[in-house]
Design a protein around this ligand. Structure first.
Ligand code: GUN
Ligand code: ZN
Length: 439
């Protein structure tokens, strides 16, 4: 799937070196009106003004994306691969939604053919929405994780994920055991972690579906493979928190369960993290763990409002993500749209420059991958999205009155979706194929 050969992409370039708070924060970002990226062998080898890059391009294939905007591909730090056919399931909050819709659907991923078919659709969808890296929970079956990583390898994508470990409070066909969850995870790490661009995340689903023995096994896996990520869910819903307290009465609080099994640290990703106690916030900060904000999901399931400013104020680095299939859009632009509104409800602000930093370099920082992905710097992997802020009638009409880069970005943030994605490059290879011209 990977195309070889030198390529020059021309267009407007926006990339970040740190987190901007507003447009005047020009040390944090670089915006070039007539820019170019030179790409070779899956990497950006030069990035800057077209007039400076073009003389180095030799016989490169030139792709002129003017007047569109080139940015690093979007990064989605929390979603569920086996939930592509769960999105938009009506009526329930978290625990009922899991039992009524999600668990039955995930049982289907025991089948390798189903998993492979869904993997193709999943990757077409995320790249169609401009996402080039994602961190996914697969189902409990190793077949689903194998399908997830095999399709990522075919597309040369930098993908992170793991089979969920879950050994209780789930239906037949959707439970492993502490031992089999450990063994299968170990085998998957050996097979996939560091293969090409793949990285593994040890994935105990959440405290409710893992026995103490299983969380101990997950902690052992992290001790044996500190290079891997750890992903789980935390304090998303009040009933979930109460059930967790019943199951782990000796833990100081929900986060204390994971803390007791050695699961926290800079490689830990904790989905939702909405209803937190002061002690939990201290522990998140002290361990360098990362809460992940999932706005479309939190609104859809009625879970609550993520306190981004409160956590950031304690020096915590938050990710942002779709959480498909409780999330309602594959688009990181729509995720920013809903995220903006969740923060508005709390009197917090999300400036568009900070928003676009978040879904590119910010999420890369959350993953410790900012030297590989999330920017257009020379040396980075060539995962790039091409954006058109005039993609729909409504966007065009609004853009006619836009006077600044920030306004353009905010229009993309509030009105954009897959229609605004002109092209997505993964390791330098375009993922959208032009429709054949009729003869
Ligand atoms: N908590 C445990 N599993 C899940 C899941 O699949 N989705 C969400 N939103 N929360 C969870
Ligand atoms: Zn989730």
């Amino acid at each position: 799937m990977t195309e070889q050969g030198l390529k020059l992409l021309r267009g407007r370039l926006l990339t970040f070196t740190s987190e901007p708070q507003h447009e005047a924060d020009t040390n944090a970002y670089s915006y070039i009106e007539d820019g170019a990226l030179l790409i070779d062998d899956g990497r950006i080898i030069a990035s800057g003004d077209h007039s400076q890059i073009a003389p180095q391009a030799g016989d490169a294939q030139v792709i002129d994306h003017r007047p569109n905007l080139l940015m690093a591909g979007f990064i989605d730090t929390h979603l569920h691969f086996p939930q592509v056919q769960v999105v938009a399931s009506w009526g329930d909050q978290l625990l009922d939604w899991l039992n009524n819709y999600t668990f039955p659907e995930e049982t289907r991923f025991v089948d390798a053919d189903h998993s492979a078919q869904m993997a193709t659709r999943f990757y077409d969808l995320i790249t169609g929405h401009g996402t080039t890296t994602a961190v996914a929970f697969c189902s409990v079956h190793d077949t689903s994780a194998n399908a997830y990583f095999a399709e990522a390898a075919r597309r040369d994508m930098r993908m992170i994920g793991g089979k969920v470990m879950m050994d209780r409070n789930a239906p037949d066909g959707l439970r492993d055991t502490a031992q089999s969850g450990y063994d299968q995870t170990k085998a998957l790490i050996d097979r996939w972690h560091g293969q090409g661009r793949a990285l593994y995340a040890v994935s105990p689903r959440f405290a409710i579906t893992s026995s103490p023995a299983q969380l101990e096994a997950a902690g052992a896996l992290m001790g044996e493979h500190p290079e891997c990520y750890m992903q789980t869910h935390l304090s998303e819903n009040r009933d979930e928190i109460a059930f967790t307290k019943d199951l782990y009465p000796d833990a100081p609080d929900y986060l204390g369960v994971y803390e007791n099994y050695g699961l926290l640290g800079p490689r830990a990703l904790l989905g939702h993290a909405i209803h937190l106690e002061p002690r939990e916030i201290e522990v998140l900060a002290d361990t360098g763990s990362h809460p992940v904000f999932c706005p479309t999901s939190n609104l859809f399931l009625g879970s609550g409002l993520f306190d981004d400013a409160g956590l950031r104020g304690r020096g915590i680095v938050n990710g942002i993500a779709t959480d498909i299939g409780a999330g309602t859009s594959y688009s990181m632009l729509q995720t920013l749209n809903e995220g903006y509104k969740v923060l508005q409800l709390q009197g917090q602000k999300l400036h568009p420059l900070r928003a676009f930093h978040w879904i590119t370099r910010g999420n890369a920082v959350t993953l410790g991958l900012q030297d590989q992905i999330g920017t257009l710097a020379a040396g980075s992997e060539a995962d790039i999205v091409v954006l058109d802020a005039r993609a729909t009638d409504a966007m065009r009409l609004r853009m006619d009155r836009a006077e600044s880069l920030s306004e353009e970005l905010f229009i993309l943030q509030m009105l954009g979706d897959d229609r605004a994605i002109v092209q997505t490059y993964v390791a330098g290879t375009p993922q959208k194929v032009a429709a054949p011209v009729a003869a």
